[in-house]
Ligand binder design. Sequence first.
Ligand SMILES: Nc1ncnc2c1ncn2[C@@H]1O[C@H](COP(=O)(O)OP(=O)(O)OP(=O)(O)O)[C@@H](O)[C@H]1O
Length: 320
Amino acid sequence: MDAIEVEGLRRRYAAGEGTSGGGFEAVRDVSFSVREGEIFALLGTNGAGKTSTVEVLEGLAQPSAGTVRVLGFDPCAERAFVRPRTGVMLQEGGFPSELTVAETARMWAGVTSEARPPGEALELVGLGGRTDVRVKQLSGGERRRLDLALALIGRPEVLFLDEPTTGMDPEGRRDTAELVRELRAEGTTVLLTTHYLEEAEQLADRLAIMQAGRIVASGTPEQVVAERPSRITFRLPAGVSPERLPLSVPAAVDGRAVTVRTYELQQALTELLLWARDSGLALEGLQAKAASLEEAFLEIAQAGNRPGQEDDRAMTEVRA
Ligand SMILES: Nc1ncnc2c1ncn2[C@@H]1O[C@H](COP(=O)(O)OP(=O)(O)OP(=O)(O)O)[C@@H](O)[C@H]1O
């Protein structure tokens, strides 16, 4: 059994909930699973449907269609079995702002079964030295750390992190990534959403990219990136017309800037370098780069924004 199973999930917001007409379907037939002890990242542009999906997994909302299981249970109907075994870090944690960090953690531990000592949870997120500070005096990044400490207090088997590092400084982001890796090493299953693609690339065992309520790419970061072409760029030598470029290398020329996009990086580069050597040419500014997750993401997002693309967009499904 996988720790999280999502099959054909749909979520529709009723008309009147900020929409007109027949409501708005924010999640449209989404399926994925997260294995025990895996870090899974849900990515997508603003409004893609990540939070709408995660809220159903957290038992905060009912699906309009499809099934969702967390640790084998329905998170809404069987909430009593799921809630004690999961930790949730929402996008907006709401704490009484007059309480101190330590008081907040103690209060949370008081309503959590088999809680960690509050001090231990605060140490884990680097707030050990801020226990007597009032919540209202914390910086945005420190509040996110406190949110994370509270999500960890019940030693969850499954942890939901909705944009956990938003507002954190680079050190906070690095520490959080390290902590998430440590939790995985202890067997915790982590589902996170993030807008930091580098973070997802480094942290996630597998990921899914959402666009307009659907998953449009999924797999390991390497698999998703491998679906995108690598890029070779250089400047066309003076006096050389684009027609002289080797025909086997598909190049786009803009002024003197040449861009080659290819799935056969080694072969294209070899042909180009042999051509340059045989022609006695120097390729100024030559760079060859495999696609990054960021490039893959941007390409998918742009494809989704083109008119008429929303429903018949080519799906890129890579199953591990
Ligand atoms: N209560 C609501 N009523 C109506 N529509 C909603 C409601 N909540 C969200 N939506 C819409 O559902 C869509 C998906 O929103 P959601 O918050 O799930 O996206 P997201 O991928 O988490 O975005 P972000 O990255 O900005 O957090 C958006 O178009 C949003 O406007």
